[in-house]
Design a protein around this ligand. Structure first.
Ligand SMILES: [Zn+2]
Length: 184
């Protein structure tokens, strides 16, 4: 738990106590009348309700608690599983270094390309001589590095790189799961 989360829970607990105290203060006779009300309510419920309804209430209550607990445990498990996966290293494709971000999904964001010589972010441009063919090249405006000519449009290159990232990410999750199974 981060310190900011602890701070938030302490503040909300204090606020909860303050609001409850105010409400109790405003009710005539404070806690005394609250206890009296609940005591009277449960007394009335016990007198007027057959045993089967009590069991039903107990059963539904238990189920709700178990369900709530299961959801919490599952959420924590999924979060820890995502957190521990190693982030795949940058990929070199077409001689270009590609960086990318991903959230907890298996989908990469738009990849960014960097110069293999000086790490400057580089640009691609179309070198097709005929409209029917697709040829692209990457160029670094900082050190003058140029990639080879690639037989694909810029969109197709980006699409390919994204799919390679997703493949890498799936591999990282798979290896993580295998490590976890080995440890168990
Ligand atoms: Zn460069």
């Amino acid at each position: 738990m981060k310190s900011s989360q602890i701070f938030t829970s302490v503040i909300s607990t204090l606020a909860g106590i303050a609001i409850t105290s105010l409400v109790v203060y405003l009710i005539p006779n404070g806690w005394g009348s609250i206890f009296w009300f609940f005591g009277a309510f449960f007394g009335w419920f016990a007198r007027t309700t057959p045993i089967w309804n009590w069991l039903l209430v107990l059963l539904v209550g238990t189920m709700l608690v178990v369900l709530f607990g299961a959801v919490l445990v599952l959420r924590e498990y999924l979060r820890s599983k995502r957190d521990e996966v190693e982030e795949p290293t940058p990929l070199t494709i077409y001689g270009v270094n590609w960086m990318w971000n991903y959230s907890s999904s298996l989908y990469a964001t738009e990849p960014a390309s960097f110069c293999p010589e000086c790490d400057m972010q580089i640009r691609s441009y179309n070198v097709s001589q005929y409209a029917a063919s697709y040829q692209s090249r990457f160029h670094c405006d900082c050190c003058g590095w140029s990639s080879k000519t690639i037989e694909a449009s810029e969109d197709a290159i980006h699409d390919y790189v994204k799919r390679r990232f997703q493949q890498e990410l799936r591999r990282a999750y798979r290896e993580h799961d295998e490590r976890k199974q080995d440890a168990a």
